[in-house]
Design a protein around this ligand. Structure first.
Ligand code: HEM
Length: 508
């Protein structure tokens, strides 16, 4: 019987012996957000609840102050994410990605990469994002029909694919007009964690890593690893031989490798309320421990792809879904877009994008209702005790290897922090209301030194596409649009189970 948490004095779920609580997700009886809600509300007045991911005991931390304590104040005890069993000598392209690196290796890499995600670096890359957004909008503008019915998610996925191809791999593709291009095919293959084969690979890694190694079961196919490695190494070679400078991520990483540190222009406006500032932990880490190899650069370009492909297209889709079913919010946003553009001679630039306050409120509220990842984990790396705060709590002793879990989705939908949590209310994030948000409850990008590194990039992409789309089209619901949304049961992200059937209505 799985009773680890009961024995440690923690209230726990009622798991099955072999699959723990995961049977609901394995057999897709329940979506992950719905499962989180079930555990979160099982013992309403507790700060934490124990549950089991297959056989692994996991402690769900529900209280925002305790989340802060673990993720920020006592971060040194919880520096890592759960590993998927692969390690550097077995599959370097997977294991050296920032998300999976551990301890000092993670700190060094994060410190090296963080300088590439500042506001002024985003401003430099804005032109590339805007170019892909123009191709995307032109594709629809060229169609001579007034009402284009489509599933918006696959369309946005093609857009985010093209942005990462351009900004992280240095190549230009237009996946709307060339739907079968090789980059999109290979990218979709590595980013698809929902197929049965990948599911069993992950299952095997978690249960018997040695068997996975023995059977040489790698996360990426040989074809896709070779494809991405070749693109990066050819691009690096060409840039070094011909002294080519392109305002993209590869260029920034090559500068890091050469030790070129360009001073950031701190006057550049930031991309939005949801930005997570880089932590002091990271800025204090020495910048140059180990040189970035070509494999390191490829692995990071791949994680930017994996982390930014589905999350960003989901945010765009969820936002358009909400705007379609809340037409007054859509009209208000379009008014703002039109008036800021009129004040700036119709020019859409990095600066004009960030002048749009209601746009920022709409995006912040979208990420509150639909955080890209419904939860995130931390592994205890140094023994730790959660001291009791109430008479019914006992000290909870955590040892290295124990796993804690932040239910981002449930915190962001908790009526204690966000009244009427299922309603889409951008005004929660107006200048005057922001200060009322309870600290450490706005966590769509995670929290602490290990939070998302790409927050600015993600917000800029979402805003860039929304401005273009909404200035030319109205997004409207169609018969198949499901209200309210039911969540997809096979993914960690917070997305609809019947896609995003909507229509783009050309503005007169
Ligand atoms: C709306 C879009 C996005 C959402 C909602 C999102 C959310 C997240 C979350 C929740 C985490 C885990 C944080 C934690 O454990 O506390 C994360 C990590 C990460 N994200 Fe994002 N993300 C988004 C877009 C992006 C983009 C565009 C990039 C890169 C260009 C990116 C790169 C990363 C990386 C590298 C990590 C691992 C950081 C580390 O372990 O140090 N993400 N993201």
């Amino acid at each position: 019987k799985l009773t680890t948490w009961t024995r440690r004095g923690v209230k726990q779920t009622h798991p099955y012996t072999i699959l723990g609580d995961s049977w609901r997700n394995i057999f897709q009886v329940m979506s992950i957000p719905d499962f989180l809600q079930k555990v979160y509300y099982m013992y309403p007045n507790t700060r934490y609840t124990g549950f089991y991911q297959i056989l692994k005991p996991v402690l769900m931390i529900k209280n925002p102050e305790l989340i802060k304590q673990i993720a920020i104040k006592d971060f040194d005890h919880f520096t890592d994410h759960r590993s998927l069993g692969t390690d550097e000598d077995f599959e370097p392209l997977f294991a050296t990605q920032l998300f999976f690196l551990k301890g000092q290796r993670w700190r060094d890499m994060r410190a090296l990469l963080s300088g590439s995600f500042t506001s002024s670096k985003m401003k430099t890359m804005y032109g590339l994002i805007a170019e892909s957004a123009d191709h995307f909008t032109d594709y629809f503008l060229k169609q001579s029909i007034d009402l284009i019915e489509l599933d918006l998610k696959p369309a946005f996925t093609r857009f985010t694919n093209d942005v990462i191809a351009s900004t992280s791999f240095g190549i230009q593709v237009d996946s709307m007009t060339e739907p079968d291009n090789q980059f999109y095919r290979m990218g979709s293959e590595i980013a698809n964690f929902n197929n049965l084969k990948t599911f069993f690979k992950i299952f095997a890694y978690l249960l018997v890593p040695s068997l996975s190694r023995f059977l040489n079961m790698k996360m990426f196919s040989k074809e896709s690893s070779t494809f991405f490695t070749d693109i990066i190494s050819q691009t690096i070679k060409m840039r070094e031989e011909k002294n080519i400078v392109r305002p993209d991520m590869i260029n920034l990483l090559l500068e890091v490798r050469k030790g070129i540190v360009k001073k950031d222009d701190e006057s550049v406006t930031d991309t939005g309320f949801a930005v997570v500032e880089e932590s002091q932990h990271i800025s204090k880490t020495p910048k140059k421990h180990r040189e970035l190899t070509d494999t390191d650069i490829t692995a990071q370009a791949i994680i930017f792809f994996l982390a930014g492909f589905d999350t960003v297209s989901s945010a765009m889709s969820n936002c358009c879904y909400e705007l379609a079913i809340n037409p007054e919010a859509q009209d208000k946003l379009r008014e703002e877009i039109k008036s800021v553009l009129a004040e700036n001679n119709g020019e859409i630039s990095y600066e004009t994008t960030l002048k749009m306050e209601y746009l920022d409120m709409v995006v912040s509220e979208t990420l509150r209702k639909y955080p890209g990842l419904s939860s995130t984990d931390r592994i205890c790396v140094k023994s730790y005790t959660i001291e009791p705060k109430t008479p019914d709590e006992e000290p909870v002793h955590l040892k290295p290897g124990d796993m804690v879990f932040f239910p981002n989705f449930s915190v962001l939908r908790d009526p204690k922090y966000y009244p009427d949590p299922d309603k889409f209310i951008p005004e929660r994030f107006s200048e005057e209301n922001r200060s009322k948000i309870v600290p450490y409850t706005y966590i769509p990008f995670g929290i602490g030194p290990r939070a998302c590194i790409g927050t600015r990039f993600a917000l800029l992409e979402v805003k860039t596409i929304l401005i273009r789309l909404l200035s030319k089209f109205e997004v409207v619901p169609v018969e198949k649009t499901k209200i309210p949304m039911a969540f997809n049961r096979s993914t960690l992200s917070v997305v609809s189970d019947n896609g995003y059937p909507l229509a783009l209505k050309r503005l007169k």
